[in-house]
Ligand binder design. Structure first.
Ligand code: GDP
Length: 343
């Protein structure tokens, strides 16, 4: 594509913002906390007029995104994720970084609660002017929640946060979703084999770039043993990126010991993967995957909102369940309604 054509296509896809939304964009770029919070509330809204405005705001902010390092942090409840995020966040702020913490919480779509709902879990970090903590949006499917988190991440980047930490808690699927939006995926483990087995069973270990064995202060020898065992297990697994060998770091989040060593590994990962080209390639792939996930969701939504589908879905499902119609015939008949609509 010629650069002229490229410019025309890009500008065509831009939405003109009204003055309120332009003020919101300016506020985010000026790093105003209120504007940041308002912009995220806008993208979390499910109202269709809000969705349109949110798309315009995101579009305007997009050129200012991409300059952070994005980390996913996962682990079973009690492993010490919040304590670790607080210790890491404070250490990074001491190094002059600005840190945003977001959450993808699959349980919140069921219970309405949130892993970060209680900000007092990170009481020092939450009062720092260089930190921003946002709980998971509480409605919608995992996919929906995750997409809002991804958009929130971009808004935080536009507001000058240079480290984004995305916390999630474990049902396997949420880990994979988060791994699909970050540069590095970190698994926080307890120094006991039961925890390892759980993570291995759920397929989380093989997507981890760095594994943290936390609570090393309680029994340093046990932590070191766990570290070595995990490193051994990792060497048998195939990591998605051939240019990065996952590492295991034993540390104590509660005593803030080993945090620097952990961050050194993240910096090394960034350097290594930038040099090999994987860093950029991964982000490009993630953006296209995200587009497809939005298309899938959009199509599903249109399908479910179609008047004929709404009328026929229940009786057709029953008919399939009772063996009176084949699944294929039923699916094509329902899909035809949407196609007819589009014509
Ligand atoms: P999360 O559910 O994974 O977010 O875990 P939390 O961060 O809430 O920690 C669970 C419990 O473990 C809390 O009581 C913490 O104080 C404790 N904890 C977290 N990290 C450490 C650590 O490094 N050493 C010790 N001894 N306790 C820790």
């Amino acid at each position: 594509m010629s650069s002229d054509l490229e410019a025309a296509t890009t500008s065509e896809s831009r939405v003109t913002l009204d003055s309120a939304d332009q003020a919101l964009v300016d506020g985010v770029l000026k790093r105003q906390p209120r504007a940041l919070a308002k912009a995220i509330t806008l993208i979390e809204s499910t109202r269709s007029d809000h969705r349109r405005r949110a798309a315009g705001v995101l579009d305007a902010l997009l050129p200012h995104t991409g300059n952070s390092i994005r980390l996913g942090i996962s682990g079973s409840p009690g492993a010490g994720k919040s304590t670790f995020i607080e210790a890491l966040g404070l250490a990074l702020i001491r190094r002059g970084r600005r840190v945003a913490v977001l959450a993808v919480d699959p349980s919140s779509s069921i219970s309405g609660g949130s892993i970060l709902g209680d900000k007092t879990r990170m009481e020092h970090l939450s009062v720092s002017p260089d930190a921003f903590i946002r709980p998971s949006p509480s409605r919608g499917s995992l996919g929906g929640v995750a997409d809002k988190t991804r958009e929130a991440m971009l808004i935080c980047e536009a507001a000058g946060f240079d480290v984004i930490l995305i916390e999630t808690v474990g049902v396997g699927q949420s880990e994979t979703t988060v791994a699909g939006m970050v540069d590095a995926f970190v698994l926080v483990q307890l120094p006991n084999a039961g925890d390892d087995l759980q993570a291995i069973k759920k397929g989380i270990v093989e997507i981890a770039d760095v594994i943290v064995v936390n609570k090393a202060d309680i029994d340093p020898d046990a932590a070191e043993l766990a570290r070595r065992q995990l490193a051994g297990a990792l060497s048998l697994l195939r990591h998605p990126s051939p240019n990065w060998k996952p590492v295991v770091v034993a540390l104590s989040a509660a005593k803030s010991q080993g945090i620097d060593k952990f961050w050194d590994e993240i910096e090394r990962l960034r350097r290594t993967l930038t040099k090999s080209g994987d860093f950029t390639e991964k982000r490009r792939r993630q953006s296209v995957d995200w587009m497809w996930s939005l298309i899938d969701q959009g199509l599903r939504q249109r399908f479910r909102e179609n008047a004929n589908v709404r009328r026929e879905l229940e009786p057709t499902s029953r008919s399939v369940a009772e063996g009176r119609t084949t699944a294929a015939a039923a699916a094509y008949r329902l899909l035809d309604f949407v196609e007819a609509d589009g014509d």
